[in-house]
Ligand binder design. Structure first.
Ligand code: WTA
Length: 647
């Protein structure tokens, strides 16, 4: 073993869920006898009908049919709320902490039940039925969770759209899923500024652009000015005012869809990843409990946004299925000042904190200042998710936030995997900074080379998963072929993750990042194709190619090569305009960092852009361009290098 190892802290080895020995025994059973293993785990949930058929999964490229617990019946909202009421009605489910430290609120399980039932009845009044899709475009307030759970309660399929997306992106997602209703708020708040959520929805719907929408349901949050159209607009408080606080949960099949979540891929528009009810809820509940060594009195805080999968699995379903108390944070980690995370930890006595490397790196730049004067002694476990965490950031997180006491749960997973796949268990796994360590129960990672050979022992290659697990995505909404092509065609009969990884001599995994054209910018997943399509929709741009490059805080920055139309003068003003354009067309998170104008892009003779070369130039590694002999016009490369922007 290498020297840089952090053993399980003494304090966590006593009276815990999972020791090293139990982890190993359970893992072995989970992969050698999945049926028996998962048949025991179903007790994690309350079922109307306990499943007897456990696993029925087929990864073959012809079919790709994935079912778990298929004869089971349950309701996700019942599992996240009702079953806790008997003994814990007064327990706090959500401590809401506003963008401004002056705003906060608490929601007990009893209140959660009341709000969710009222809204569920309200949605029924709007004509929403089991199986209908409901889009949710909300800020980080408890109403976002009410909306998701109200859908789950009546069997409607929610599709949460990240509050940072622009009108076009909203419209695309609404139309792809044929959503009947969209739920939003008048405005969001972030770092003291307001975000025009309702206005963005209005713009998305302009000129009947989303014909499936029959109602826009708006939560009054800030009281900001909004436009109103009596044909579709409904206030949340008016709709629910006369609705009952009781709503019988719909009995759902385990394989009924719970939600759709759009995520970026290598090509084309984002895919609507579909998750179903039983397997997803069971797996997120179980991983939450083990990964955070959850205890009933714990205060848990995940800093993600409900618009991403982490906000679904580890802010909504996982913690609530466990009856946990969590902090729901509206703001950003550096507002009003860089001590905000530490202040919130102290205010609520947070025991486990789950955040992203990009936030850690942003704080790390300030040394010890982000924790100055704050009491962090309540913290027991730290988590990291969303992108590879570099060892320096890991060490800082461990030392400064965790006070050298708390293990770091570096959890690797994806929108498509539904829950954590590779992650240390706090009481069972010795840590190595930068490694996500070992697989969770039932997960069989493997490494393949480009030719499709499985690599043995210590090796580096493309990361695949050899067998199904309960929270695996079942399909791409409306396009099962795309699901198969994306995940099951690179290598037959295994799930291809799109990530590269290294396995060391202790069988620990080190995720090296995406091996496809997906960018990870501040933990946000973006497809280069989406950004390119936003760019070329501007009338001065003839052609565009987008690549990522290493960025100290964001992990990856966005480097854009653009060819102007004939006669266009590409000056600074135009660069600024292009950056603004992408912000507006797609999202502020997709704003290009560097824009290089060029008269040509490196292409093969068959016209294919050679991104490998563009990536090297963007990374300022232009001396290692490799073979350029297949280029149609090699002089293009010299000029690109000459005017490169990342030096
Ligand atoms: C990356 C987020 C390294 C990875 C839950 C993956 C990570 C993509 C880690 C999925 C980690 C996520 N270490 N890389 N701990 N966690 N990733 O769908 O490239 O938004 O494929 O899901 O994030 O991003 P997504």
């Amino acid at each position: 073993m290498s020297a840089n190892i952090y053993p399980v802290p003494e304090s966590l080895t006593q009276g815990t869920y999972l020791s090293e020995e139990t982890y190993k025994a359970m893992y072995d059973e989970s992969v050698n006898n999945p049926e028996a293993f998962w048949a025991k785990q179903v007790e994690e949930l309350d079922w109307y009908k306990t499943p007897t058929i456990i696993k029925n999964t087929d990864f073959s490229p012809e079919k790709c049919d994935i079912r778990w617990f298929e004869d089971g019946k349950l309701n996700a909202s019942y599992n996240c709320i009702d079953r806790h009421l008997k003994d814990h009605a007064k327990k706090v489910a959500i401590f809401w902490e506003g963008d401004s430290p002056e705003n906060s609120e608490k929601v007990t399980y009893q209140q959660l039940h009341y709000e969710v039932c009222k809204l569920a009845n309200g949605l029924k009044k709007l004509g929403v039925k089991k199986g209908d899709r409901v889009a949710i475009y909300m800020p980080m307030v408890p109403h976002a969770a009410y909306a998701m759970l109200a859908c789950a309660r009546i069997g409607a399929v929610h599709s949460v759209i990240f509050g940072g997306f622009s009108p076009n992106a909203i419209a695309d997602r609404i139309n792809n899923s044929d959503a009947k209703v969209v739920i939003t708020a008048d405005e969001g708040r972030r770092a003291g500024r307001s975000v025009p959520l309702k206005a963005n929805v209005d713009e998305a719907l302009l000129n009947n652009a989303c014909p499936s929408i029959t109602a826009v349901l708006t939560h009054k949050l800030t009281g900001g000015q909004v436009n109103w159209n009596d044909d579709v607009d409904v206030w949340w408080h008016e709709l629910t005012d006369e609705c009952s606080g009781q709503c019988e949960p719909e009995v759902m099949d385990a394989e009924d869809p719970l939600f759709i979540l759009y995520t970026s891929g290598s090509t084309g528009q984002p895919k609507g990843v579909v998750h179903t009810t039983g397997g997803y809820l069971l797996y997120t509940s179980l991983t939450f409990r083990y990964a955070f060594d959850y205890k009933p009195d714990d205060i848990y805080w995940c800093t993600a946004d409900v618009g991403w999968i982490t906000g679904h699995s580890y802010m909504t379903y996982g913690p609530l299925a466990n009856g946990a108390t969590q902090v729901f944070f509206e703001g950003v980690p550096t507002y009003p000042d860089i001590r905000r995370i530490a202040q919130v930890v102290e205010k609520y006595g947070v025991n486990s904190l789950y955040t992203a490397p990009t936030a850690i790196r942003a704080l790390m730049a300030h040394g010890e200042k982000p924790v100055e004067g704050c009491d962090l002694s309540s913290l027991r476990i730290l988590g990291s998710v969303g992108e590879p965490i570099n060892p320096e950031a890991w060490q800082w997180y461990h030392k400064v936030i965790g006070q050298s006491r708390c293990p770091i749960i570096d959890s690797w997973w994806q929108t498509e995997t539904g829950g954590m796949m590779i992650a240390p268990m706090p009481c069972a796994t010795a840590l190595k900074p930068g490694s996500a360590t070992r697989p969770f129960f039932g997960i069989q990672p493997a490494l393949f080379d480009a030719e499709g050979n499985e690599l043995e022992d210590a090796a580096e290659g493309n990361l695949v998963i050899k067998d199904s697990w309960p929270s695996q995505a079942r399909t791409v909404y409306g396009d099962h072929k795309r699901f198969i092509d994306t995940y099951f065609s690179a290598y037959p009969n295994v799930y291809f993750t799109g990530d590269g990884a290294r396995r060391d001599t202790d069988d620990y995994y080190w995720i090296t990042g995406r091996v496809d054209d997906v960018l990870n910018v501040s933990g946000h997943r973006l497809g280069t194709a989406e950004i390119e399509s936003a760019l070329v929709s501007h009338n001065v741009i003839a052609e565009a190619a987008v690549v990522g490059y290493p960025h100290d805080i964001k992990g990856q920055g966005i480097y854009v090569y653009v060819t102007p139309n004939d006669g266009v003068v590409a000056d600074e003003a135009l660069t600024l305009e292009i950056r603004k354009w992408v912000r507006k067309e797609l999202s502020p998170i997709a704003t290009p960092d560097l824009v290089q104008w060029t008269n040509g892009l490196p292409k093969t003779r068959s016209g294919k852009i050679m991104r490998r070369i563009l990536r090297k130039i963007a990374a300022n590694e232009y001396e290692q361009l490799g073979d350029t002999s297949t280029l149609a016009d090699p002089t293009v490369v010299e000029s690109l290098i000459d005017k490169r922007l990342n030096r």
